[in-house]
Design a protein around this ligand. Structure first.
Ligand SMILES: Nc1ncnc2c1ncn2[C@@H]1O[C@H](COP(=O)(O)OP(=O)(O)OP(=O)(O)O)[C@@H](O)[C@H]1O
Ligand SMILES: [Mg+2]
Length: 364
C-alpha cells in the first residue's frame, strides 16, 4: 500500500518538500547530517505518531518552528485512495487526520500504514529486553488479527488493576478474583493469537533467512510468559503469595518472549554484528511476506536506514533482492548511492533522491 505523494514540513533540518515516491524501491542518498534519516523519521511519524530517535516529538520540530506536519496520499490495497496527515505542535498537542476526519487513536494510523523499520537500533530486537520482541510479535498479530487490539486492551487493564491491588499490601484473595478472571480470559486469547501467528511466521522466516545467510542451527521459539504445564489461572493462584510480596504479577502474557538460539546458545552471544543485522532483517521482512500471504488489508511499507552499513556486497545484494521480491514500498537510506545502484532488476520501479543540507531532490 504505497505512499503516492508525501509532503513534509518543518521536520528537523528538512526544507518543505513534496515527493512522489516509487511504489517499490526508493533510495535516499546524501552526506552525513544531510537529512536522510529525518525523511524516514517523517514517514515513521506518519505511521505511528512517534519518532524512532527520540521518545518525545519535540526535538523533531525544526528549530524556530511551532509545529511539524507530515501528510501523504496513499493507495490502499483495495485500490482506493486515502489521505493521512499528522501535525505535532510544541505543546505536545497533535492532530491526526485520515481522509480529512480527525482521529484520536494512533492504532487507526498504524492500521492504515503498517510500517517496518530496520535501522541500527533494530539490533535491540536480539540483544534487548523481551519487550522489544513482544512488540515485534504483536505488530504482526495486530495486523492480521482484528480482535487483537480490544483483547490486548482488556489484558492491560486487568493486569494494571491486579498489580495496583497487589501493591496495596494486605488484601483479600477474593478482591483479585474479578480482575484475574478477566486477565486469564484475555491472556489466554492473546497467547493463542501469538502462538498461531508464530506458527505461520516461522517457515517464512526460515525461508528468508536461508536466502540471506545459511544458519541452519538457528532456532526461533516462543515462550508464552508462564509455565507450560499449568493454566494461567492456576499460575496466578499458585503465585499469589509471591506476587503480593513483590507487588506485581510475575508470570503471564506480559512476560512472553521470542527466543533465538544458535547451537542452544543465545543468538546475540554467538553471531557477528553483520549476521545479527541479517537475522533482524529476515525477521522483519518475514512479517512483510506473511502479511502479503495472509491478504492483510494493507501492505507494509519498509524503512531501511543505512542499509549498506556492516554488510558486504554479497549480503547487501541478497538483502536488496529480498526487499525487491517483497513487492512492497521500500525507503532505503545510504551515504553512497553507488553501492545501491546495480542491485535491482531492470523492471523494478526505482526512484532515487539526493539530500543536501536538508534539501531533497529527485534524481531519477
Ligand atoms: N529540530 C531540528 N531542527 C533543525 N535541524 C535539526 C533538528 N534536529 C536535528 N537537526 C539536524 O538535522 C540534520 C539531519 O540529520 P539526519 O540524522 O537526518 O542526517 P543523516 O543524513 O541521516 O546523517 P547520517 O548519514 O549521519 O546518518 C543534522 O545535521 C542535525 O543536526
Ligand atoms: Mg542517518
Amino acid at each position: 500500500m504505497p505512499l503516492k505523494r508525501l509532503t513534509v514540513t518543518a521536520v528537523r533540518n528538512l526544507h518543505p518538500v513534496t515527493l512522489h515516491p516509487s511504489p517499490r524501491i526508493n533510495i535516499i542518498s546524501g552526506a552525513n547530517g544531510s537529512g536522510k534519516t529525518s525523511l524516514l523519521e517523517a514517514i515513521h511519524i506518519l505511521g505511528l505518531a512517534r519518532s524512532f530517535r527520540s521518545t518525545r516529538l519535540q526535538p523533531v520540530i525544526q528549530h524556530g518552528q511551532d509545529a511539524c506536519t507530515v501528510f501523504a496520499e496513499l493507495v490502499l490495497s483495495n485500490g482506493l485512495a486515502c489521505s493521512i496527515g499528522i501535525t505535532r505542535g510544541k505543546q505536545a498537542d497533535y492532530q491526526i487526520r485520515i481522509d480529512g476526519q480527525t482521529v484520536r487513536s494512533t492504532a487507526q494510523l498504524a492500521e492504515t500504514l503498517p510500517l517496518q523499520l530496520i535501522n541500527p537500533d533494530s539490533f535491540r530486537l536480539l540483544e534487548g529486553a523481551p519487550k522489544q520482541r513482544r512488540q515485534y510479535l504483536d505488530w504482526g498479530v495486530f495486523h492480521v488479527e482484528h480482535q487483537f487490539l480490544p483483547v490486548w486492551q482488556r489484558l492491560q487493564k486487568s493486569l494494571k488493576q491486579r498489580n495496583s491491588l497487589l501493591r496495596r499490601g494486605r488484601i483479600q484473595r477474593s478482591m483479585l478474583v474479578p480482575w484475574e478472571t478477566e486477565l486469564v480470559s484475555a491472556g489466554e486469547r492473546i497467547d493463542d493469537f501469538r502462538r498461531s501467528y508464530l506458527l505461520r511466521l516461522k517457515p517464512v522466516f526460515e525461508e528468508i533467512l536461508a536466502r540471506l545467510l545459511p544458519l541452519d542451527d538457528l532456532t526461533l521459539s516462543y515462550y508464552r510468559g508462564w509455565d507450560k504445564e499449568r493454566g494461567l489461572a492456576q499460575v496466578l493462584d499458585d503465585q499469589f503469595e509471591r506476587d503480593s510480596q513483590l507487588g506485581y504479577t510475575q508470570s503471564g502474557p506480559q512476560r512472553a518472549d521470542l527466543r533465538l538460539r544458535v547451537k542452544g546458545m543465545n543468538a546475540v552471544d554467538i553471531l557477528s554484528r553483520g549476521q545479527q543485522k541479517l537475522v533482524v532483517c529476515a525477521l522483519k521482512i518475514a512479517q512483510g511476506y506473511l502479511l502479503r500471504q495472509l491478504g492483510a488489508s494493507q501492505e507494509s511499507v519498509f524503512l531501511v536506514d543505512d542499509l549498506p552499513s556492516e554488510l558486504d556486497e554479497r549480503h547487501r545484494r541478497a538483502l536488496c533482492s529480498l526487499l525487491e521480491d517483497l513487492q512492497c514500498q521500500v525507503f532505503i537510506s545510504c551515504v553512497d548511492d553507488q553501492q545501491m545502484q546495480d542491485c535491482w532488476k531492470n523492471d523494478t520501479p526505482l526512484s532515487m533522491f539526493h539530500v543536501e543540507h536538508g534539501r531533497i531532490v529527485q534524481t531519477e
